[in-house]
Design a binder for this molecule. Structure first.
Ligand code: PLP
Length: 371
């Protein structure tokens, strides 16, 4: 699905030099690379504050911890997403309130937020799924109307650019109160282990996020909040500093693979290529097909596998049907779009080092599946 080995080969000397510098300095925790990377990323995103942390799931947890929510408060999440989004809500004794998703872009919508919102809802976590932005203009409006915090899960969409109707543009993760991202190796900006970050324009939230990520202390050994220990290693920051310089190039490479798939599959009436969301660029963390006939999905996956092509199902089970989140309130059939997507989606290999012959082979095999 990804080719991290070839990507490393391309930038090996820079990465090795950056890692070597950390090893020589032995500043493994909070070395200067961490602050530098935070500043470089803030500059790239045009965000006021970036706070690095240990992984994307921690970023979401710390973001929710910073919002003064009370046990039992509700947080709205899409039913069709990676588990981390809902998991941290449960972990903090908050209640995940799931929404149905848009059948074309598979993302949360303002109308759905409005349908499920209650007086106990305090926040919403839109997920910028597969690499494009959720409909933020509408979500910002509805959040304002119901006084909801917005925590953007931008783990899959770093670098995606959203355009508001007045022409103003903003990076994914910088439109709500807090944006949360992941630097897991296979993410669009991936390190060589775990890593994550939070972004915000609000100085008070930035200070609180930083404190929570550091045992609730602003001054060493003086703890004013219950926090946690969530740091980005200096080694990972050094890797990320190098790779941030390539992010635009990486996004362009992913887009050219996606464009080639789009062109090749446009005439196949048994599948739907990814629908571009309105007002957003796409950074193609995933290239996800929707098979029109439910039975075709597993058959295509099998067909590809037999011909040496990996493919993945993101995601096979809707959140509301996951054992960890089962309640009496809803069951099978309650989120028909999410449930249906779980049986129809298939993601094809897409990455920054895809060779023309690999791409041509995948296209040929997909086309041949029904010919
Ligand atoms: C990867 C991912 C996360 C979690 O990131 P980790 O760094 O693995 O903890 C959260 N949300 C979404 C949508 C993701 O894709």
């Amino acid at each position: 699905m990804v080719d991290l080995k070839s990507q490393y080969q391309q930038i090996k000397s820079e990465i090795n030099a950056a890692i070597h510098e950390v090893l020589e300095s032995a500043a493994f925790i909070n070395g200067p690379q961490v602050k530098r990377f935070e500043q470089n990323l803030a500059h790239y995103l045009q965000a006021e504050h970036v706070i690095a942390c240990a992984n994307g799931t921690d970023a979401l947890q710390i973001a929710l911890m910073a919002l003064n929510l009370q046990p039992g408060d509700e947080v709205i999440v899409p039913a069709f997403t990676y588990v981390a989004t809902a998991e941290v809500i449960g972990l903090l004794n908050l209640k995940p309130v799931m929404t149905e998703v848009d059948p074309e872009t598979f993302m949360i919508t303002a109308a759905e937020i409005e349908r499920v919102v209650t007086p106990r809802c305090k926040a919403v976590v839109p997920v910028h799924l597969y690499g494009q932005c959720a409909p933020m203009e509408e979500i910002l409006e509805v959040a304002e109307k119901y006084n909801l915090y917005i925590v953007e899960d931008t783990a899959q969409a770093i670098g995606a650019l959203y355009t508001f109707s007045d022409g103003r543009q903003a990076q994914a993760g910088t439109m709500g109160h807090i944006g949360c991202t992941s630097f897991f190796p296979s993410k669009n900006l991936g390190c060589y282990g775990d890593g994550g970050a939070m972004y915000t324009h609000h100085a008070d939230l930035a200070q609180k996020l930083r404190m929570i990520a550091n045992h609730g202390q602003a001054k060493k050994y003086h703890h004013s909040l219950v926090g946690c220990n969530s740091r980005l290693d200096t080694l990972q920051a050094a890797v990320l500093e190098v790779k941030l310089g390539y992010l635009d190039q990486y996004s362009a490479a992913r887009n050219s693979v996606a464009d080639a798939y789009d062109r090749a599959f446009a005439t196949l009436d048994w599948l739907q290529t990814p629908v571009r969301s309105k007002n957003s660029t796409h950074v193609f963390h995933q290239y996800t097909l929707q098979l029109k006939n439910e039975g075709d999905r597993d058959a295509l996956k099998q067909y590809l596998q037999e011909r040496g092509i990996p493919s993945m199902i993101y995601y096979p089970v809707s959140l509301h049907l996951q054992k960890a989140f089962r309640t009496d309130e809803f069951g099978e059939g309650d989120f028909p779009i999410s449930e249906d997507l779980c049986s129809r989606v298939l993601s094809l290999p897409i990455h920054t080092e895809m060779k023309a012959e690999e791409l041509a082979y995948i296209i040929e095999v997909v086309k041949e599946f029904k010919s």
